[in-house]
Design a protein around this ligand. Structure first.
Ligand SMILES: [Zn+2]
Length: 199
């Protein structure tokens, strides 16, 4: 199986689905596409290096599309470029941001992924700190054994250290709540299933 995760900024995937990617990377090819370098939150070079180091932790192949941080568009160019990468990667499952989010880049990344992945069998939305309350998860992945990699991946983003949303206690707490919601012990990541086609 081939798995693709799309983020607007270099750390989105770590917040939303890194434990799940770590788990899936044991038996599957994992790809990450980042639409911007997150240059509003630190130097472009540093943020890309953080992203590369983090991807290496789980042997994920990283692709970077150079759209402007804060101004990721929803237009034919980005959809077409992302669609070309999706065609080449040929993922069975795609993880992307939830379309209801207070950050415009997250909303737009979600919309362009939906359009670019029109023919992908399975598309799931992950949550980040700015995801809005409409997120009602219906897919849960046990990441108990992989949470340390999620934590390590997040810690690699040193340019983001001290930002209020990089709260590892809250991130751990959320993983416990997601386990509780599906009647399990341990730590989970949760997703909203957008589409699941069984051919
Ligand atoms: Zn982000």
């Amino acid at each position: 199986m081939t798995v693709l995760a799309v983020g607007a900024h270099p750390d989105d995937v770590e917040f939303g689905c890194f434990g799940t990617l770590a788990r899936l990377s044991k038996e599957n090819d994992v790809h990450i596409i980042t639409l911007s370098a997150g240059e509003l939150g630190g130097s472009k070079e540093k943020r890309l290096q953080e992203c590369k180091d983090s991807a290496k932790l789980i042997n994920a192949k990283l692709t970077f599309l150079n759209y402007p941080d804060g101004n990721i568009p929803v237009n034919f160019k980005i959809i077409d470029e992302l669609r070309a990468h999706v065609k080449e990667i040929a993922p069975d499952t795609v993880f992307t941001l939830f379309p209801s989010d207070t950050h415009q880049d997250h909303r737009n990344a979600s919309h362009v992924t939906i359009s670019s992945c029109r023919y992908v069998n399975e598309v799931l939305f992950y949550e980040v700190p700015s995801t809005e309350n409409a997120f009602h998860p219906n897919v849960f992945y046990n990441i108990t054994e992989y949470f340390h990699l999620k934590e390590k991946g997040l810690r690699y983003h040193t340019t983001q250290k001290g930002k209020p949303y990089v709260n590892l206690v809250a991130i751990h707490g959320l993983a416990k709540v997601r386990a509780y919601q599906c009647g399990c012990d341990g730590l989970f990541e949760a997703f909203c299933l957008y589409r699941d086609v069984r051919k």
